[in-house]
Design a protein around this ligand. Structure first.
Ligand SMILES: Cc1cc2nc3c(=O)[nH]c(=O)nc-3n(C[C@H](O)[C@H](O)[C@H](O)COP(=O)(O)OP(=O)(O)OC[C@H]3O[C@@H](n4cnc5c(N)ncnc54)[C@H](O)[C@@H]3O)c2cc1C
Length: 389
């Protein structure tokens, strides 16, 4: 499986890297400190054609491959872990919309995202159901030509600032198996009865995550995603392999961002009459960080390429879900280790909020939790090993 990039892919990577240097890095610390969502940067990214890449060209996207999407996610987060995730997370509801939406739904709810005018959310997790998605309790009951939605969601990216939430609801209260009675329904965030409270959290300060309450929220039945009810569980998992690789790429970028800063510091800071990077103890740290990043890079693009090839109808030997889980597990875990070592290389300065590595260190941790925890990735790999998947 080749992981070499084509000329076009390399050009996209370089263009995004340049965007990161010119438009993300200079103002990132301001957004991290203020906790504001980086709308200015988002609009510029959309103008540069860096938002909504995976979606159909007809709706403003670029029909981009997973390799291309991953390169953009990686470079956004390399420029800044917090702003990068905010930009990247603007589209979380769109993957379901892109694959399931009607032309009318896409015109209304997808196209404005690619223009940088809208952000979206996917509401799966609830206070009492996270890893076990089938235990979703939020209900959507039919009343005339509407659904009436009641329940709670938690940790939803863009729950406050986003325009709509693709909400996983129980439409069949009594299915033969719990995962069969679920549906994805679009809920505009200005609907009566919808409330979102922003969460205080460890990191990702420029991004926004919220606890949502749906109290008799009424939406038209036409807001159902997909042709029939009861498919929501499968639809939510439909993007699973892509989502895992995509997040792996974002966290690979964070690891690189922390590494870049640590290397620069090791070449610049002097102690005991020499650069700290001239101490073997520091160099070995940097060598190990570099090694981890290179291996993660290979795995992320191996998985992305395999998924792209399979989608194009090619024959792929690997289990795609296993490859995606390995990429997500490895890249997010090494990102935590690399960011921790970056703080160590900075010494006391790395513990201060005026150094970027401080928030990279706080931000990377989310990667081992969202899009399936590390334990869930290990479960997946284990199931493949025992022919259960
Ligand atoms: C920053 C951030 C952003 C997020 N964004 C979104 C979003 O936009 N939309 C959304 O819907 N959700 C989002 N989430 C929620 C996230 O997807 C869940 O937190 C995650 O799926 C874990 O669910 P949980 O928190 O309920 O933990 P639990 O499922 O309660 O897990 C607790 C612990 O038990 C372990 N565990 C659970 N089940 C198993 C098992 N079968 N085998 C082994 N170990 C197990 C877990 O690995 C974990 O260590 C976000 C979370 C964070 C932190």
């Amino acid at each position: 499986m080749t992981v070499n990039l084509t000329d076009e892919e390399r050009a996209l990577r370089d263009r995004t890297r340049e965007f990161g240097t010119e438009h993300i890095q200079p103002d990132a610390m301001e957004y991290v400190e203020s906790g504001e969502w980086p709308w200015d940067i988002y609009e510029k990214a959309a103008q540069e054609g860096l938002i909504g890449l995976p979606f159909e060209a007809e709706y403003g996207g670029q029909d981009a491959s997973l390799v291309e999407q991953s390169l953009v996610a990686q470079e956004f987060c390399r420029a800044d872990s917090s702003v990068g995730i905010a930009l990247h997370g603007s589209m979380t509801g769109c993957h379901a919309m892109s694959s399931l939406g009607t032309p009318g739904q896409k015109e209304r709810w997808l196209e404005p995202v690619t223009r940088g005018e809208m952000t979206t959310a996917i509401g799966l997790t609830e206070p009492d159901s996270g890893s076990a998605l089938a235990e979703t309790t939020t209900t959507a009951e039919k009343d005339g030509d509407e659904y009436v939605i009641n329940g709670e969601k938690d940790w939803i990216a863009n729950g406050v600032s986003g325009d709509w939430v693709a909400t996983l609801c129980r439409t069949d209260p009594d299915p033969d198996k719990p995962h069969r009675g679920l549906s994805l329904i679009v809920v505009p965030t200005d609907a009566d009865g919808y409330e979102a409270e922003e969460r205080e959290k460890l990191g990702l300060d420029a991004a926004e995550h919220a606890r949502l309450t749906y109290d008799d929220v009424r939406v038209p039945q036409a807001n159902l995603l997909g042709e029939e009810e009861g498919k929501g569980f499968y639809q939510a998992l439909d993007w699973l392999e892509h989502g895992r690789v995509d997040i792996a790429a974002a966290h690979l970028g964070m690891a690189e961002g922390a590494f870049d800063r640590a290397l620069a510091r090791a070449k610049d800071r002097e102690q005991g009459g020499q650069r700290i990077g001239d101490y073997q103890g520091m160099r070995w740290k940097l060598a190990d960080m570099r090694k981890q990043i290179e291996v993660a890079n290979s795995q992320v693009y191996r998985a992305a390429r395999a998924i792209d090839e399979a989608e194009a109808g090619g024959e792929v030997e690997e289990s795609l879900i296993e490859q995606a889980s390995i990429a997500k597990l490895y890249a997010t875990e090494i990102a935590c280790e690399v960011a921790e070592e970056a703080v160590q290389i900075f010494g006391g300065a790395g513990y201060g909020t005026d150094e970027e590595v401080e928030h990279f260190y706080r931000d990377v941790k989310a990667g081992t939790i969202y899009e399936g925890t590390s334990e869930i990735q290990r479960n997946t790999i284990g199931k493949v090993l025992f022919d259960e998947l």
